[in-house]
Design a protein around this ligand. Structure first.
Ligand SMILES: [Fe+2]
Length: 359
């Protein structure tokens, strides 16, 4: 990497510049289009990301209130754009814990993802309830699926392409530290099961295959004594690192110790490492129950000037030995786990803001 490129990259990470918060809500109609929009392309594109209120420094890029952006495209036109903060209980000033010391799960930033499931648009943040919003991005309110959801909801649920069910989990700062959930295709919470893990860790993502769930129990451990510094997590080698495989219809997990590493995101397909942005950790789960393996982390060529943490991640080897999984149907499946060196490093922007599209 040349000095010029390095300077440019450093410059782009200055939040007061390219990643400065949007100061207000706005909307615009009949937007100018550069080039041509295919007339077959019709729908709405939404994205979400942390966006602190003006004059309210959040202290961390992960903690700003979620702001939704949307564009409506139809008939070769960009009909409108609008942006709205998610009007969460946190934005209203409610407290994280209630007067009885219980977690108020409606108090969160709803700032990480937006999905559509069961006819609902949901803004997600992994430390609380999802927030339903309208197709025009007005906030409806927190969703607990008729009182059945009693934990937070990950921002990265997985939809089963065959059944239409939505698989997700919630992690807690107190027991139960991890709970697995499943929504029906119509959006009813039909299954919840506690999963036994030693402590509360930042479990940002997970994976599913046709028949299995893969858990990432990694050494970024929650510690309430760190709350004053903003982000109450600490890397602890002593915690160890494990990948767990569980049949979807069971709560029995087979754990595989791996060398300490952290995996932020999982995808279920291969992806070419990008220079300066991605490492790839491949995991293969054979549903016939014969093996589970995770290849070593791959570092992209241009990462020779990386930080210590990057080197730690890059040098981590996550190798699980051969073992026998609970017997299952014969279909094989595989997933590829992609870990970013930093959530700020992708072109998507801070705190892995992600988008969804809907008619
Ligand atoms: Fe994410």
């Amino acid at each position: 990497m040349t000095a010029t490129q390095s300077d440019k990259n450093t410059d782009q990470l200055q939040p007061e510049r390219y990643f400065a918060p949007v100061p207000d809500e706005t909307e615009a109609y009949d937007l100018p289009v550069t080039g041509t929009l295919p007339t077959e392309l019709a729908g709405r594109y939404f994205r979400n990301g942390p966006n602190p209120l003006p004059g309210d420094p959040s202290g961390h890029w992960f903690t700003g209130i979620g702001m939704l952006h949307g564009v409506r495209i139809a008939g070769g036109k960009a009909e409108w754009y609008r942006n709205r903060w998610v009007k969460t209980a946190r934005l209203a000033g409610e407290r994280f814990m209630d007067e009885n010391g219980r977690r108020n799960l409606a108090v969160n930033s709803a700032n990480t993802h937006i999905i559509e499931h069961g006819g609902k648009l949901l803004a997600l943040c992994e430390v609380g309830f999802p927030y339903q919003v309208t197709p025009e991005l007005d906030t409806v309110g927190p969703v607990d699926f008729g009182g059945r959801l009693t934990t937070a909801m990950t921002a990265h649920p997985k939809q089963d392409p065959v059944t239409g069910e939505l698989h997700f989990f919630g992690y807690g700062f107190r027991p139960p530290f991890l709970t697995y959930h499943r929504l029906s295709a119509s959006g009813e919470l039909v299954h919840s099961a506690e999963i036994d893990v030693p402590a509360s860790t930042m479990m940002h993502d997970f994976a599913i295959t046709e028949n299995y769930v893969i858990w990432l129990d990694l050494p970024l451990v929650f510690d309430h004594t760190l709350l004053e510094r903003g982000m109450p997590y600490e890397w602890r080698d002593a915690y160890g690192a494990r990948l767990g495989v569980m049949r979807k219809d069971s709560t029995k997990v087979q754990w595989f110790d791996v060398d300490p590493c952290y995996i932020l995101h999982v995808v279920t397909r291969s992806r070419t490492p990008r220079a300066g942005s991605w490492w790839t950790l491949s995991a293969t789960a054979d549903d016939r129950g014969t093996r589970f393996g995770a290849r070593s982390v791959v570092r992209s060529k241009s990462e020779t000037t990386s930080s210590t943490r990057r080197r730690r991640w890059a040098s981590a080897r996550c190798t699980a030995g051969r073992s026998t999984l609970p017997a299952g149907p014969s279909a094989s499946s595989s997933s590829t786990i992609v870990a970013s060196n930093s959530p700020l490093s992708t072109k998507a922007g801070p705190a892995c803001p992600t988008g969804t599209s809907t008619p």
